[in-house]
Design a protein around this ligand. Sequence first.
Ligand code: NAD
Ligand code: DAU
Length: 329
Amino acid sequence: MRILVTGGAGFIGSHYVRAVLDDRYPQAVGARVTVVDKLTYSGNLANLPVGAERLDFVHGDICDAGLLRELLPGHDSIVHFAAESHVDRSVAAAADFIHTNVMGTQVLLDCARLAGVERIVHVSTDEVYGSIASGSWTETWPLAPNSPYAASKAASDLVVRSYWRTHGLDVSITRCSNNYGPYQHTEKLIPLFVTNLLEGKPVPLYGDGHNVREWIHVEDHCRAVEMVRAKGRAGEIYNVGGGVERTNLELTHQLLELCGAEASAVRRVADRLGHDDRYSLDGTKIREELGFEPAVPFERGLRETVDWYRHHPGWWKDVKRAATSEAAR
Ligand code: NAD
Ligand code: DAU
């Protein structure tokens, strides 16, 4: 079997690729993987076992139809992670989000159709539903994205649905909650706060920190994506929730404790524009249909994640250095 993974040099995509190459997924044992990644600021070859026998890395853009037409024939499945993924960046400048997340997804689907790729998973997000004060979203909840990032993901979900309905493409959508784990870019809350605290620096908490996020370990998310690839139904959406809700303030206090830092390290800073209050997914469908349950307990996963950053300063210092030079440009 050959699986093409878009965005495989990013945080979640690289975990999926390593798991396939380690034969951790029963339905993908022995599979060859082609990663197509543009290596934007968030793509990082240090996330991948470059040189592994069953891995082919292609430095390329999912908006490049010519490249995809050349690459796709011979692949059985596509797992589509590639995206602009950071909400704050979409608030500052949205064009790349619409280009990659919407146009790139459409180009990929078109080329997949022409190449006769049998199975596709489009990796989306809970943010397409907006914000929910109480209760949890099921897959039939109306879309009400609030940030340009979330809007671009919602738009891409609709394009995916149309290719299933119109062209009969065998494609499913996953909508996952907030991921955490090793190899996450230091622009995101957990790695930013952990690495700042490890450096003895303050952490910038937006607003009063009341906003709630639902957390899932990246390995659980990737396992769910693979279950959907192997057994999910065409045209269906599957929520993938971790089931653990924390306010940002609660999470910050846990991180302070794990890093041995004082509460004085917290700096209240201006709130994110349009900041969603709460995310919460109902995971009944994927549990009942595919038997998926998150396996990594949050307290253990968070402790191990902090330890990973503590023991891999070379990885995150390079990422932070690149971000500083990008900001200076
Ligand atoms: P990431 O930013 O770490 O990685 C994105 C990858 O896509 C990078 O390697 C980047 O180089 C690549 N990329 C960007 N534009 C590209 C293009 N035009 N062509 C080819 N490659 C391109 O993101 P992530 O956190 O790993 O998220 C992966 C996917 O999962 C995204 O689709 C995101 O919307 C979704 N998701 C993320 C989370 C989360 O908590 N991080 C939760 C739910 C869903
Ligand atoms: O819910 C899934 C989404 O989770 C994914 O689709 C996105 O790709 C991913 O980036 C993530 O989005 P969030 O905006 O929830 O993640 P982020 O880590 O940017 O922020 C988490 C919370 O922490 C959010 O309420 C904003 C807050 N925050 C974030 C940063 C970066 C702070 O208080 N301070 C910060 O410096």
